[in-house]
Design a protein around this ligand. Sequence first.
Ligand code: KG4
Ligand code: ZN
Length: 335
Amino acid sequence: MSELILGIESSCDETSVAVVKDGKIILSNIVASQIKSHKRFGGVVPEVASRHHVEQITRCIEQSLQEAQITKKELTAVAVTYGPGLVGALLIGVQAAKAFAWANDLPLVPVNHMAGHIYAARFEKPLQFPLLALVVSGGHTELVYMKEDASYEVLGETRDDAAGEAYDKVGRVMGLSYPSGKEIDQLAHLGTDRYHFPRAMLQEDNFDFSFSGLKSAFINLVHNSEQRQETLSQEDLAASFQASVVEVLVKKTIRAAKTYPVKQLIVAGGVAANQGLRETMKQKVSAELPDKTLIIPPLRLCGDNAAMIAAAGHVEFIQNKRADLALNACPGLSF
Ligand code: KG4
Ligand code: ZN
């Protein structure tokens, strides 16, 4: 019999509810984005995010079931993101999931948001272990080694800013609106790496990252040119910034994949939507690691969504991971 998981995601600025069959077939994936409300503040305002989640969550649950054309009785379990993320935002999803699970007598499965990003790859291909996942989002940049389903070893992570955070911060300096990753990506394709910013920690013998030095170098260049009343090309700035981020992410991932006996590589999270990263990673993997499979989820599954939470939740469900009604949000949850 097939397993139908209702996934609920509310860790940041997207309220999302999905129904996924057997961990790999999306029957519905409703995503209510709040970006418009946060744009004018230049970033996510936690209080505003929580209020939007409260307004959207019930509608998203109903719409998700309707679109999947199933009734509550047909569901197997409810999977919910309980961290990491904004505590007030997470609590809305967690409370909704608890209430729904209790009212419909369904098992409740707690899911780590970052695991969800990795399992978005499951909609493309079956996962083969051991694998290496580069998870790049607005809050995280991590290289994760997985020996088997639901087993996570963090090989390296950012020591300061996450890659997406760096995109959003330099975007602000460029006068772009939040979140600016996509726009910088588009501009980058029209420019050249003229400014050659530093490639942080590339020579170091570890799998950690750092993006704050790059951000400072970028800001200094822009401020100095403003003082000299020089105008810099937005396209070249974007291309130079992106070249630095992509080179570090790709080289460190390839190095980790050569160090650990992996069969597959996954690139996941909001920044995995970056065209420069997708193209360079594909080229380098086929040139340097031709025997390994690379999975990068389609764009709509790179950003926050509940289908990925249901997919990760399915694996946890099979492994009998359950939460009771005391489940709380864990804003600082790690692997
Ligand atoms: O995974 P995600 O949707 O939310 C978090 O869990 O953080 O990632 C959002 C981040 C933002 O920082 C956004 O600027 C970045 O992903 N992003 C991109 C692109 N699309 C979204 N960064 C670079 N290039 C893109 N095309
Ligand atoms: Zn995310």
